[in-house]
Write a protein that binds this ligand. Sequence first.
Ligand SMILES: Nc1ncnc2c1ncn2[C@@H]1O[C@H](COP(=O)(O)OP(=O)(O)OP(=O)(O)O)[C@@H](O)[C@H]1O
Ligand SMILES: [Mg+2]
Length: 309
Amino acid sequence: MAVTISIGSGKGGAGKTMILCNLALLLAKKGKKVCLVDLDIGGADVHLLFGLFNPKHSLADFLTRKVTSIQDVIHTFYSLNGLQLIPGSGSTLQTANMSFQEKQRLLRSLKTLDVDVVLIDVGAGTSYHSLDFFMFGDIQLCVTLPEPTAIMDFYSFLQLSTIRKVLGSFLSSSEVSTTLKKRSFASLHEVLELAEATQTGARSRAQQALRYFHPLLIINRDIYNGQVNKTKLKQMVAKYLGIEIPPLGNIPEDKAIGDALKAYIPVCELSPDAPASVAMSQMADKLEKIISLFEPTVETSSPKQTKPS
Ligand SMILES: Nc1ncnc2c1ncn2[C@@H]1O[C@H](COP(=O)(O)OP(=O)(O)OP(=O)(O)O)[C@@H](O)[C@H]1O
Ligand SMILES: [Mg+2]
């Protein structure tokens, strides 16, 4: 089964699509069979980064059952190491109001793709769709710009992702879930308090659900040269959200990215020596190692859930 990697951010324009397209291509160049999936409902633009202006099929064809299999909407870039793409759809009533069942059908279908890695681009922010698609990844990448306002949005995004993860850990029919669903929460602490008050042991169950939630931190357009107070951010997230965010890397502000956008080619292909390409190449090396932790081992043939270091 493919390892899924999702990417999310608090603010729009943090660089998710640019980063994911480049990581997808870099992993494909390493010999992985890779499929990029554009689940930015309403803001789908991954195909444009590759100069694919009129994809024959898109996700909408699958969602509206014009095609029966998700395989039918795949576009393959043969000149880019066989990288595959499932182009996203515009925002139609059908896609914007996707039901729970439709969302499950879509996510299940992604697990059937015959590839090693599925990379999922997710819309910015904290809509249910965005959070659910983000949480679906076996590995989550979270991106922020270094400015304080972006960091605030980033923190809110992580907080809501964490709450959604905890809510998802209780069976939808359980007493805890029924109680939690009636309320909206401003902090994870409130969720845990109410869960425990409803049922003894619910707090530790929720904390257990967060044990393997370690979104990997990417700081993009890092004009401060790594001077963002990452330690403080990590401490805050660990203290208030109870999760770790190991760093995947920093990407500098780089003019080559704009040039690549205009050429409709990922920057790591157009300018492999540009500082941003070098940074993303190092990130792809790290990611390759983390992906291998999820691959079946020879002895057990079952995926290993190991905390990335
Ligand atoms: N490190 C960088 N240096 C220079 N330009 C960058 C860098 N990162 C991203 N950009 C530019 O910033 C813009 C936004 O990037 P991108 O579309 O990837 O963000 P996004 O997070 O996917 O946005 P959205 O939330 O709207 O989907 C693009 O024009 C991109 O080329
Ligand atoms: Mg985007």
